[in-house]
Design a protein around this ligand. Structure first.
Ligand code: SAM
Ligand code: SF4
Length: 333
């Protein structure tokens, strides 16, 4: 096996695919209220096209695939797609990032299809604040989705919380508390200033060290959990069943050195870095009949485009122009 290695010696082991840019929520930091101009259907990757890309990447050492969006569960046929992807030899883990609102009715089918894990986004435990941030009155359904994820044994269930000063800084301890008696990993994500969130400044970002301080003030010193792969630093409250993860995209300068991923957008572009608008079109050559060998070479080229670092750390205004304009919903987070 010849691994996919970028020009900064990072091996690509993880592919995130965005299967749709559409969503049934309008989270304020992610999408405008009126939605966006959706990518026309004919320009959206077909499932068999995603499978073809995965069949090229997985033998090159990609063990983990995450399906994201938009909201992946709104796309028809997702369960069957998951079943097909799971059959690809060499795939170790297939997971889904969702807002959870449709999960309770789909969880059993997804489990049967072989889905390994889910991350569910939930930025508040308060019903009214939930309607405010998502612009949809769906708190109960989302909570039912989280319950279903636990019942169907998608382990561990991860809850993604985007930490925003003035919105949910008063709930950090309550989120941490969820991990004490349930096998949940709560992951605090630093707000990233892109797309709709470009309106937020450094001030609204609650950095991971600050989050740790707030939790430790209430629960005592956190225990580090060994967690070698991926962007999160993981901790545990002493004696807790679950874990606490911190995604320090904006405050930790070593964040990028751990980056082992590429992204495929819903319209078939390889995106080497979440924070850069640089991307490589794979869909057009695929529809023009490119052979597998040349497609593999194109993917290698996309991997070589990965920048060493996004350079947008908090308090680094000099590098702001490198920020990206694309909406998070069209890349998949
Ligand atoms: N709709 C699904 C969901 O909400 O989980 C999947 C797509 S969403 C774009 C993926 C993740 O990106 C979510 O956890 C969301 O909260 C996060 N996200 C979106 N915009 C963000 C931003 N500006 N900064 C940090 N995280 C963001
Ligand atoms: Fe939709 Fe997820 Fe973006 Fe919210 S964060 S608008 S649920 S894509």
């Amino acid at each position: 096996m010849k691994p996919l290695i970028d020009t900064h010696e990072r091996q690509i082991k993880y592919v995130r695919i965005s299967v749709t840019d559409r969503c049934n929520f309008r989270c304020r930091y992610c999408m405008p209220e009126g939605g966006v101009e959706w990518i026309p259907h004919e320009k959206i990757m077909r499932y068999e096209e995603f499978l073809r890309l995965l069949k090229v990447c997985i033998p090159r050492g990609v063990g983990k695939v995450r399906i994201t969006g938009g909201e992946p569960l709104v796309r028809k046929g997702l369960t069957a797609f998951i079943e097909s992807a799971k059959r690809i030899e060499g795939l170790k883990e297939l997971s889904l990032t969702i807002n959870g609102v449709m999960l309770s009715s789909m969880a059993s089918g997804l489990k049967r299809a072989g889905l390994d894990r889910v991350n569910i986004s939930l930025d508040t435990l308060d019903k009214e604040k939930f309607s405010f941030i998502t612009r949809v009155n769906a708190y109960d359904k989302t909570m039912a989705g989280i319950k279903a994820a636990l019942e169907y044994g998608f382990s561990p269930v991860k809850i993604n919380v985007v930490a925003i000063r003035g919105f949910n800084d008063d709930e950090i301890s309550a989120f941490a508390d969820l991990t004490r008696n349930k096998p949940i990993e709560v992951r605090f994500i630093e707000l990233m200033p892109m797309g709709c969130a470009a309106k937020y400044g450094d001030h609204e970002v609650i950095s991971s060290p600050e989050i740790i301080r707030i939790i430790e003030d209430n629960y005592g010193e956190l225990e580090p959990v060994e967690y070698l792969h991926g962007p999160a630093d993981v901790f545990r409250i002493k004696g807790a069943q679950g874990k606490i993860g911190l995604i320090s995209a904006m405050s930790e300068t070593s964040f990028c050195s751990r980056c082992n991923r590429i992204r495929i957008t819903a319209d078939g572009h390889l995106r080497p870095c979440l924070f850069s608008d640089d991307q490589l079109d794979l869909l057009t050559p695929m529809r023009k009949g490119i052979n597998d060998k040349d497609l593999e070479a194109l993917i290698e080229e996309g991997v070589r485009m990965k920048p060493q670092s996004h350079g947008m750390c908090i308090g680094n205004p000099a590098s702001q122009p490198q920020g990206c304009e694309t909406l998070m919903s069209s890349i998949g987070g």
